[in-house]
Design a protein around this ligand. Structure first.
Ligand code: GRF
Length: 204
């Protein structure tokens, strides 16, 4: 298994997938996107992956499976068969079964649109606005069994402005996501990191 082969899982518009593929093409992110999986047939992420020539682009339909665990078993088999070392969640909106999380422990990362541990969960941007925080941002973290709770790899902060709507704040956060995610991936596969308790210590 090459240590820079990645699988991306995405459910939505795929802008994070797009910037990763752009960074790979530009030579600034030395990973190989071998596989993209989506649980949504109409995810724009699938079109982005096909257009970029990702070797394996798959829609797996959760409705074709008896339960979450059996869906995740198939996903894990496809990822392993493709020889992917890293699993990159990029707007993947399904809760993962604990056996899937355990199988890829330490090798699966996610990007979340808040400064964790504030505002975990699916409505992070809305929750941050509603709470009235004056700064928010995004977090790249390892995935463990706690939702949005794994060790933190990188964070970026943006201001929350008085006139912000859900859309304007999310757009400002996504500018940072698009910088942070490819940069963090690149750092992961080049220098790497160690884990000390909850702390990620980047190697130099
Ligand atoms: C991002 O805001 C990410 O933080 C969250 O889902 C969104 C995905 O956006 N997990 P996109 O599909 O990559 O544009």
């Amino acid at each position: 298994m090459s240590n820079n082969a990645i699988a991306v899982m995405a459910s939505g518009k795929g802008s994070n997938l797009r910037v990763i593929l752009d960074a790979v093409a530009a030579g600034t992110c030395p990973v190989e996107v071998k596989l993209v999986i989506s649980d949504k047939a109409d995810a724009q992420a699938l079109n982005i992956a096909r257009a970029a020539g990702v070797p394996q682009v798959l829609h797996l339909d959760p409705k074709a499976y008896a339960d979450r665990a059996s869906f995740d078993v198939d996903c894990a088999e496809v990822i392993d068969a493709a020889g992917c070392q890293w699993i990159v969640l990029a707007g993947y909106m399904r809760i993962l079964s604990s056996s899937f999380v355990r199988h890829f422990r330490g090798r699966m990362i996610n990007i979340h649109p808040s400064i964790l541990p504030a505002f975990p969960g699916a409505k992070a941007v809305e929750a941050a606005l509603g709470y009235g925080v004056k700064a928010s941002g995004c977090t790249v973290h390892l995935v463990d069994e706690i939702l949005d709770g794994g060790p933190i790899l990188a964070q970026a902060v943006v201001p929350v402005l008085d006139g912000d709507t859900l859309e304007s704040l999310h757009a400002r956060i996504q500018v940072e996501e698009h910088r942070l995610y490819p940069a963090t991936l690149a750092r992961m596969v080049t220098t790497g990191f160690d884990i000390d308790g909850r702390r990620v210590i980047w190697r130099t």
